[in-house]
Each structure stands twice: as structure tokens, then as C-alpha cells.
Ligand binder design. Sequence first.
Ligand code: CMC
Length: 373
Amino acid sequence: SSGSSFVAGLEGVVAAETRISGVDGDAGALTLAGYPVEEISGRASFEEMVYLLWHDELPNTEELAAFRGALAGRRGLPAATLELLRAAGARNVPQMDALRMAAGTLGLDAPDDPALDLVARLPVIVATYHRLLNGQEPVVPDPDLGHAANYLYMLDGERPGEDSVRALETYLNTVSDHGMNASTFAARVIVATRSDLVSAIVGAIGALKGPLHGGAPGPALDVVFEIGEAGNAEPVLREKLRRGERLMGFGHRIYRVRDPRADVLAEAAEKLFATDGDRDLYALALEVEKTALRLLEEHRPGRNLQTNVEFYTALLLHGLGLPTDLFTPTFAIGRVAGWTAHCLEQRSEDRLIRPQSEYVGATDRTWLPAQER
Ligand code: CMC
């Protein structure tokens, strides 16, 4: 044994050196490959963001055109992937499970560039499955549209407006990477065994699904709907806390101040709701946030539980017309940029991730035959 001691949840443990993103939980700052999240998220296209995370530099005009083309050229789903989605749809498999299974099929034909396939195809899988679940035929991808625009187009068959595309790209960029979060760690552990990239991303999707990680925005919006009007915020939230429930969209392992991503997305949501969308809902959500923060301070004084990224994710994606079951899959469509970047980084490091455990069970037991137990 190394003599080091157990830390529950690996809290505070540094598990990698990375150039991809840095999170400063005390200052409330997120750096994406050198750019503050506030600087880049609202400006870059998603293609630029992926390129940046993979290469540590933004692409020039030619590099960007080539990269856009490479991604757009890979949108067609293999027949096996489509077949699986149809079978999943017939059984009403939930979105994130269908995404996990379908992402796994991308490894079937020994892809020449799995990272590119994964980034290009996750949104195609999600949109295709969304259509199938709703009894509609999939929309054929449009190679002339950018990555984010094509996702919106494939969901409902209508070419999205500029404002919607900008809002979605801001969201995808904002969540593209976030330090050693649980799903990214899972992906790095898998790839560090020299396993393949598709396996790593499948594992990451499984980790993202949980409500303590990527599964929060749906429930966060459900709470706003449940509250319905400002006057109900306090009693409803109080009752949840009394029952020991966690308020979804609040609290964070790393941030002790407001999640900077919440600010970026709140601003994007505000813009989106200024032109279209449900202004009453937006106003109600602001009221719910205020009340939640007040009650959380009473609930865990001094812990400084603050709004996290998921609360405004929910509002923004709702404003884009996405149903709640698409929130976590859409998170995956953004985060796959970071997952793949981390896999490439981990691979170049080539060091098995293999921590230790501390044995706290019984010792020196003596075997008893079954009839004597
Ligand atoms: N509502 C009520 N109580 C809370 C909440 C919350 N949202 N968050 C933390 N607490 C309580 C927690 O139960 C604990 O109480 P006790 O000491 O009695 O056990 C205390 O506050 C301290 O918790 P913590 O150590 O700050 O929490 P953690 O680091 O283990 O967990 C978390 C962080 C995000 C899982 C947690 O805050 C949570 O469950 N939030 C709700 C779910 C959510 O919004 N998740 C999305 C996270 S952001 C997306 C991402 O980056 O992946």
C-alpha cells in the first residue's frame, strides 16, 4: 500500500493534467483551452470548438472549411445503427439508453476515425431516434448545414433560424468540456487501458445519464412546471427539502460560487426568450431560482449552494423547443467534444489509471461447509 488514504468521491483528488479545460471552483471560472467560457461560447461555431479542444488551436478559414466538411460527410448512419434504433423505438427504450446502444454500433465497421464519427453522428442518432419514438420517419441530414443547425433540422424537418442556431451553439460550446467530471473520468479510465474510443464514449454516456451529472435539467424544468406560479415556489421547494430531496439545478462538487456556465446560458436564454418563446415561463424560472437559493442557504447554511449549469440548460433548451427527454442527449452532443479530446490526450500519455482501495471487510475467516453455516 502507498499509505495514502481514502477520499470519498475522490473529492479534491487530481487525476490528470490536461490542456483541455480548467475549472476554478472558488473564482467561478471555466477556461476552455485557454479561452474563458464567456469569451468563446457565444462566438465560436461548434465545429470551431471541437477543433480547438482537439488541437489546442482554433482553425484558420481553410482548416475550418475542411473540418466542417469532414464532419458533415460522416452524418449518414450505418444500416446496423438504424436497425438498432428502430428496434429500440419499438420497445420505447429511453433516449439515453438508445443513444448508448447506438453509439456502440459505431464501432462495428472498424472506423478509420472514430472520434470524428462519434462527434458527427451523436446528434444524428439522437434526432433520428426522436423521430422514430414519435412515429415519424427520420429526416435525411443536410450536408450544407452546420453541425448544430443540422441537429435542429433533423429533429423537426425545418431549417432553423439564426437565433436558434446561435443559442444551441452557445449551449454546446458551454458544456463541451468541464475538467475531470464523472463521464470524462470514465472515458479516460477506459481509454487508459488501451481499449478503443467507442468503448470509452459508450461508458461516458452511461455516466452522464445519472441525475447527479447530466440527468438534472429535465427534472429541474419539471420542478418549474410543477410550481406553475410564483406564489407556489416557496411551499413546493420547502416540501422537497423537508423530504430530503435535492433541488435539481443547484449545488456543485467544484463550484462554491455561481457556476459561470449558468451566467453564459442565462444570457443566451434571455436573448432567446426576448424574441420568441415562453416569456412567462422564463419569468417564473427566475423567481424559482431566487426562492431556491434563499431556501438552500437556510437548508445548508454556509455551504453556498448556487445555481449550476443545468438550471439554465433546461430553460434554454426548452426555449429552443426541445422536449425534456432530449436535454441529457443534447448535453452528450456537446460533451462528446471534450470526451474525445480527453481520450486523445489520455492516449498520448499512455498511463494505465488504476487507483487503490482500502479493504475494510472481515479478515481471517474460516471456511464452514454449507450445512454448518
Ligand atoms: N439540493 C439540496 N441539498 C443539496 C443540494 C441540492 N441541490 N446539493 C447539495 N445539497 C446538500 C447535500 O445533500 C449535502 O448535505 P449533507 O451534508 O446533509 O449530506 C450538502 O448540501 C453538501 O453537498 P455537497 O458536498 O456540496 O454535494 P456534492 O459535491 O456531493 O454533490 C451535486 C454535488 C451536484 C451532486 C449536488 O449538489 C446535487 O445533487 N445537486 C442536484 C443535482 C444537479 O443539479 N446536478 C447537476 C450538477 S452540474 C452538471 C455537471 O457539471 O455535471
